[in-house]
Design a protein around this ligand. Structure first.
Ligand SMILES: O=C(O)CCC(=O)C(=O)O
Ligand SMILES: [Fe+2]
Length: 197
């Protein structure tokens, strides 16, 4: 079997298992991910970052959050992946024995803000090209993401994955950047933000 097919199969099982464990940790034993994240709605992306002799300040990939539940990522030995921790960019050291798990926007919404979608970026390398491969755990377009229950206030209004993707594209067109989950804040959250701003 081709290597990327094997990676996708292994990562698919792993991603769903991790999602279930994270959900169990919130007190909900769920079949939500198994039911809604099908091989046809998830995807594998192979990234190639050519070497960039101009400057190490040039992005291989601009800062962003992933629009999925979670991402399983493998990076080669070149390095360059960075994530925001306590407001600072931290480099993720390459480790051939390890996969990286990145929480995405949908998990943040589904967990009502308990798990945070982490901002990350890739810095280009002067001397070497770099490769990475990511498996993105996504639901079908019609899946509705609803994070809260009657016991807690909702951070986000409920939305379908289709709606989320469309909103991300519209925001990019109108503002030049991905606004992401902030476009789905519940109205009372939005008013709190504008009062405190
Ligand atoms: O190449 C990497 O290390 C990160 C890739 C990534 O963030 C993405 O494909 O969304
Ligand atoms: Fe990403």
């Amino acid at each position: 079997m081709v290597l990327n097919v094997i990676f996708a199969e292994v990562a698919s099982e792993l991603a769903k298992r991790i999602a279930e464990i994270l959900a169990e940790n919130l007190g909900s034993k769920t079949t939500f991910f198994a039911k809604n994240c099908m091989p046809s709605s998830c995807y594998l992306r192979m990234n190639r970052y050519p070497r960039c002799p101009i400057s190490s300040e040039i992005y291989g990939l601009v800062p962003h959050t992933d629009s999925d539940f979670l991402t399983i990522l493998y990076q080669d030995q070149v390095g360059g992946l960075q994530m925001v921790k306590d407001g600072k960019w931290v480099s993720i050291k390459p480790n051939p024995q390890a996969l990286i798990v990145i929480i995405g926007d949908l998990f943040q919404a589904w967990s009502n803000g308990v798990y945070k979608s982490i901002e990350h970026r890739v810095i280009s390398n002067h001397e070497e090209e770099r490769f990475s491969v990511g498996y993105f755990l996504c639901p079908s377009n019609d899946t509705v993401i609803q994070g809260c229950n009657e016991n807690e206030p909702c951070m986000y209004r409920k939305f379908s994955f289709r709606e989320y993707r469309q909103q991300v594209q519209e925001d990019v067109k109108s503002t030049g950047t991905k606004v992401g989950l902030s476009s789905f804040f519940f109205e009372w959250e939005r008013s709190c933000f504008s009062i405190s701003a």
